[in-house]
Design a protein around this ligand. Structure first.
Ligand code: HEC
Ligand code: HEC
Ligand code: HEC
Ligand code: HEC
Ligand code: HEC
Ligand code: HEC
Ligand code: HEC
Ligand code: HEC
Length: 417
């Protein structure tokens, strides 16, 4: 220790200027390594604790009731197997051979909108049973992941009961998941997933100590949603076998705990060659390619996490264009037409062919089915991409009696005002 401290000073007095500079840097490096553990320790001394969403009701009733209407509040449910409140969607009387387990095996339900999966508790962990119920087709299909990196690389063996949800799922489906005890503070995506742990906020009667995403930078606020809606994998190290960003809290830099999947220039598991969504939960990966992301929009510019009466809790309806017209309507800075929307869409104003999201957020990704998940890159996917790579395009999803060549030729002849 004494040697380390005195040595650079000896240099200081005996060597030339070049060396003085060098020894100065040397001192700085030593000082950095000496104080580094203290910085880390300081944060550890005062960890914020999670208190649970029920604690927030007293003072934020409106946000609580609104959030309850979103599926964030229903991701993981205790099965109610009979009666009017039955939340088990699958038909367990089915003779379908992929259904290899019975309702008695089911200890937890995962999902309800596109598909429902079923978990069995073994020891202190949950494991996903090998069939899922597709909601829109009312059908059982096998559930045997093979394309996720942790399956493709054989990190977890194929058997369903050797793939624990504590490593592969829970960080994105629960709040405050403890990897030691394998117990979350709450099942579901609750207030503190997006606002951070709230004990000091509550102790102080609501005065500070809580994150309001709207006050964070554009980047950091989007990262709150990205922690779950961005496909990727963790960096090498202690948590490299977890499928979610362990340790991330709202306000943090997600890049420290998560490596984003990027378009590879070919069709990949996550994205098509052109970067559009090839599966669900790649909203982050695709949105960051958009001009809207670069111009400062956030996920919650369009989605209200405390609920709305529209599909996917959008702040206004996308099905009648109100959402997009906030910024792209006539007389707005981003206007796409002067007098009538048909100038842009080349369809009658009241035609389904004039709904922005049908051309700019077509369903290109697989959630339960090919294709039921909307792209968030917002670009118009040219029918040429369909011809080249198979990417679904908006035109052909409506004009099923015509081919992509027809759509490409037609759209190439359109002029925009
Ligand atoms: C999926 C993320 C998410 C969840 C879950 C969530 N919030 Fe929020 N909350 C946000 C965002 C984003 C904002 C900023 C919204 C804005 O101003 O555009 C916000 C803002 C707020 C505000 C500031 C006032 C307001 O309404 O803008 C309060 C209070 C609040 N949330 C409470 C809660 C409570 C209580 C819960 C749980 C019942 C909750 N939130 C759940 C993301 C979330
Ligand atoms: C990195 C975060 C993350 C991980 C890890 C993760 N999920 Fe999800 N999951 C999500 C998000 C986000 C959605 C919603 C995305 C969407 O609709 O595009 C979702 C949706 C789902 C749905 C569909 C829900 C519905 O209502 O239709 C099911 C089922 C599901 N996940 C099961 C699993 C299982 C099982 C695992 C573990 C093997 C897992 N997920 C791992 C983030 C994650
Ligand atoms: C004892 C009452 C009380 C409780 C309990 C409480 N809050 Fe608050 N909260 C307040 C008050 C007061 C404010 C400041 C006034 C306002 O903006 O409504 C506030 C503000 C907020 C804000 C906005 C902060 C900002 O900087 O803009 C968020 C987000 C929030 N609370 C979330 C929560 C969450 C999440 C919980 C549960 C973990 C919670 N609150 C529990 C009283 C409370
Ligand atoms: C802790 C993980 C997590 C965080 C953080 C998170 N989500 Fe989600 N989100 C999910 C999961 C899991 C689902 C699927 C829920 C289901 O279908 O039951 C989902 C579903 C959704 C849906 C469709 C829900 C519906 O009711 O149809 C939207 C929209 C959404 N998230 C937007 C957001 C936005 C915007 C943010 C950030 C403000 C955010 N999410 C933050 C995990 C998360
Ligand atoms: C809060 C304002 C706002 C809302 C709401 C909005 N946009 Fe945008 N949009 C912008 C801005 C700003 C740009 C960037 C314009 C530029 O720099 O050229 C943009 C650009 C675009 C682009 C250009 C391509 C790209 O890479 O992003 C498309 C396409 C687009 N928006 C579609 C939509 C659709 C579809 C909706 C509705 C789901 C929508 N926008 C809602 C503000 C908005
Ligand atoms: C019938 C399909 C269709 C509909 C519906 C449609 N668009 Fe477009 N949009 C296009 C095409 C095609 C382009 C040109 C794309 C290109 O040049 O790469 C385009 C271009 C754009 C651009 C400029 C893109 C850029 O890169 O600068 C914006 C912004 C845009 N649309 C927004 C909207 C909005 C907002 C709506 C709803 C009011 C809408 N579009 C409805 C097909 C459509
Ligand atoms: C410019 C507006 C806009 C932005 C920004 C935006 N979304 Fe969406 N999102 C939509 C619209 C519109 C829908 C479809 C709503 C409908 O079906 O009516 C949607 C649907 C969804 C869904 C439901 C799944 C599906 O396939 O339909 C999820 C989950 C979601 N968005 C998450 C996110 C997340 C996370 C972000 C940020 C990475 C984000 N969104 C950014 C407009 C937006
Ligand atoms: C959401 C559904 C939808 C989408 C997306 C859509 N269309 Fe249409 N399109 C229609 C309907 C419905 C009509 C019937 C006339 C009308 O309502 O304008 C139509 C009519 C047309 C017509 C004139 C009649 C015909 O069949 O020859 C052409 C040309 C056309 N669409 C081309 C396109 C092209 C090119 C795209 C992609 C850029 C596209 N459409 C996207 C629904 C759609």
């Amino acid at each position: 220790m004494r040697f380390l401290v005195t040595m650079p000073f000896k240099f200081l007095f005996t060597e030339k200027r070049k060396d003085i500079l060098r020894s100065g840097i040397f001192v700085l490096i030593i000082v950095y390594f000496l104080v580094r553990p203290c910085w880390g320790g300081k944060i550890e001394l005062n960890p914020q604790k999670y208190v649970g969403s029920k604690t927030c009701i007293t003072c934020h009733e409106a946000q609580f009731q609104g959030w309850k209407t979103t599926l964030h509040s229903k991701m993981e449910q205790i099965p109610i197997k009979e009666g009017p409140n039955r939340n088990v969607l699958g038909d367990f009387a089915s003779q379908n051979p992929v259904l290899t387990f019975s309702l008695e095996d089911v200890d937890m339900l995962v999902g309800s909108r596109f598909k429902q999966r079923y978990a069995k508790k073994i020891g202190d962990d949950y494991y996903m049973l090998p069939a899922q119920w597709n909601v829109n087709t009312n059908k059982w299909v096998a559930y045997k992941p093979k394309n996720d990196w942790w399956a493709a690389e054989g990190i977890f063996p194929k058997a369903w009961d050797s793939r624990p949800t504590s490593k592969l799922c829970e960080g994105c489906h629960t709040t405050g998941f403890n990897i030691e005890t394998k117990i979350p503070v709450e099942r579901n995506i609750t207030c503190e997933s997006c606002h951070g742990p709230g004990d000091l906020h509550v102790q102080n009667g609501g005065d500070g100590f809580i994150i309001n995403p709207v006050n964070l930078s554009h980047e950091r606020s989007n990262m709150i949603c990205f922690q779950c809606h961005m496909s990727g994998r963790p960096p090498k190290g202690k948590f490299e076998n977890y499928a979610w960003p362990v340790g991330f809290k709202p306000g943090d830099d997600l890049n420290k705990s998560w490596i984003y999947a990027r378009p590879t220039g070919a069709n990949s598991y996550e994205m098509w060659t052109d970067g559009s969504a090839h599966k669900n939960r790649v909203q982050g990966n695709t949105f960051i390619q958009s001009k809207m992301f670069r111009k400062g929009l956030r996920c919650f510019t369009c989605h209200d996490p405390h609920g709305s009466r529209f599909t996917s809790f959008t702040v206004k309806s996308a099905e009648n264009n109100s959402l997009c017209l906030i910024c792209h309507g006539e007389n707005t800075t981003q206007a796409v037409f002067k007098d009538d929307i048909s100038e842009h869409t080349h369809h009658e104003a009241n035609s389904p062919g004039s709904i922005c999201i049908e051309c700019h957020m077509p369903q290109t990704g697989k959630n339960a089915l090919k294709w039921d998940s909307r792209d968030h890159s917002f670009k118009f996917i040219s029918p040429l991409m369909t011809i080249k790579n198979g990417t679904p395009n908006g035109c052909s999803s409506c004009h099923r009696d015509k081919n992509a060549e027809w759509a490409f030729k037609t759209v190439t002849n359109w002029t925009f005002h």
